[in-house]
Design a protein around this ligand. Structure first.
Ligand code: CO
Ligand code: CO
Ligand code: CO
Length: 321
C-alpha cells in the first residue's frame, strides 16, 4: 500500500505512482522492462519469530505479485529492542524472511536495522515486469468478474490468538494462509490476462475493492455466500474477536457500502477484517472467469468467484445475500 505523496515529478516513465493507491510503483526502464518497487513492515502478528519473518516477507512480496510482476531483490528493514530481547529472536525473524524470499526466487541483498522499543520487520522489494503487462488496480471494466484467491478471516483469528481464544486448528489455518506466497495466483492471473488486481491487506476485502473501484471509475457487487471465509472465523467473530481495524474500515467506507437489508453485522465485519498477507483480488473478463478459477485450483490456489464489476460513476460496493 502506498501513501498519497504527490507524483508531481510527472516523469512519463512513471507508469504507476501514488495517485491510484496501487500496491507498488512501476517505472519503465526501456521497452522491455519496468521496475516495480514496494515496501511493507509490521510489528509481530504471531509469537514465533521465524513464522513472523515468513509472514512479513510473504506480505511484502505480495505487492509485487499483485502488479503481475516478478520479485528480484529484497532489503530488510528492522527495528529491534536489543536490550530486551535476545538476538536469537532477530536471527529467527530474518531467517523466516530470507527463506520466504528464497521460495519466491528472489534474494535478500542487505538491509538496515535500528534499536526500537518493540520489534518491527519489513522488506523493500524490487521486481520487474514487461511494461505492457503490468496489472494495476485502475483498469477494472464493467462486466469483469471478481476473483479472490485466499479466504478471509486472518485478522479475526490473530485477535483471537492474542486473547487466547483460538484453538490450534484455527491458528494453524491462519498461519498457513499468511505464509503462503501469492506467486502461483499471480502466474495464473498473468497467463490468463487479468484486467486489474490488488491484494487484500489492512483495509479488508471491502477496502481494497473500494480502492480498485475508485481507481478504475466503476462500481462493484459481491455475493456474500460466495466469499470464502476460514473455518472458525464466524464463531470467533460472534465472540467479539473482530479487531478494531475491522470496525474502522467499515466506518471509513460507510458511504460507499450498500448492504442487502438482512446481512448481519458479523458478516460486515468479516468483509472488512484487516488481512495480513491476504490473497489477490482479481478482475478478469467474464468469459475467462471460470477458466481462471479452475486454473487457480489446479495450481493449488483456493480461487473463488465472488462478484462483478458494474458501471457506476461512484465507487459503490453492493453486497448481496
Ligand atoms: Co502492502
Ligand atoms: Co492496497
Ligand atoms: Co497491497
Amino acid at each position: 500500500m502506498l501513501c498519497h505523496l504527490n507524483d508531481s515529478m510527472e516523469d512519463p516513465n512513471l507508469l504507476v505512482g501514488s495517485s491510484t493507491s496501487d500496491d507498488a510503483a512501476v517505472y519503465r526502464l526501456n521497452d522491455e522492462t519496468a521496475l516495480v518497487q514496494t515496501v511493507d513492515y509490521f510489528t509481530p502478528v504471531v509469537d514465533d519469530p521465524y513464522t513472523f519473518g515468513q509472514i512479513t516477507a510473504a506480505n511484502a512480496l505480495s505487492d509485487i505479485y499483485a502488479m503481475g510482476a516478478k520479485p528480484l531483490l529484497a532489503l530488510n528493514i528492522i527495528g529491534f529492542p536489543v536490550k530486551l530481547l535476545s538476538l536469537d529472536v532477530l536471527v529467527e525473524i530474518l531467517r523466516g524472511g530470507a527463506d520466504k524470499v528464497k521460495e519466491a526466487g528472489a534474494i535478500v541483498v542487505g538491509g538496515h536495522s535500528i534499536e526500537d522499543q518493540e520489534p518491527k520487520y519489513g522488506l523493500a522489494v524490487t521486481g520487474i515486469a514487461h511494461p505492457d503487462h503490468i496489472i494495476t488496480n485502475a483498469t477494472a471494466r464493467p462486466g469483469d468478474a471478481l476473483i479472490l484467491t485466499k479466504p478471509l478471516g486472518t485478522g479475526i483469528i490473530n485477535t483471537a490468538i492474542k486473547g487466547k481464544m483460538a484453538d490450534s486448528a484455527a491458528s494453524n489455518a491462519a498461519v498457513n494462509l499468511m505464509t503462503a506466497l501469492n506467486d502461483r495466483a499471480a502466474r495464473v492471473m498473468v497467463d490468463l490476462g487479468a484486467a486489474a488486481c490488488t491484494d487484500v491487506t489492512g483495509f479488508g476485502l471491502v477496502g481494497h475493492l473500494y480502492e480498485m473501484l475508485a481507481a478504475s471509475g466503476v462500481g462493484g457487487r459481491m455475493f456474500l455466500p460466495e466469499i470464502p471465509v476460514l473455518d472458525q472465523v464466524r464463531p470467533l467473530a460472534e465472540l467479539g474477536m473482530a479487531p478494531g481495524g475491522a470496525y474502522r474500515n467499515l466506518e471509513f467506507l460507510a458511504e460507499w457500502l450498500r448492504w442487502d437489508a438482512d446481512i448481519k453485522d458479523i458478516d460486515r465485519l468479516i468483509l472488512a477484517d484487516p488481512q495480513t498477507s491476504g490473497g489477490l483480488l482479481i478482475a478478469v473478463s467474464a468469459d475467462r472467469a471460470e477458466e481462471m478459477v479452475s486454473s487457480l485450483q489446479e495450481a493449488g490456489v483456493a480461487g473463488a468467484l465472488i462478484g462483478q464489476i458494474i458501471e457506476s460513476d461512484q465507487p459503490l460496493i453492493h453486497v448481496e445475500k
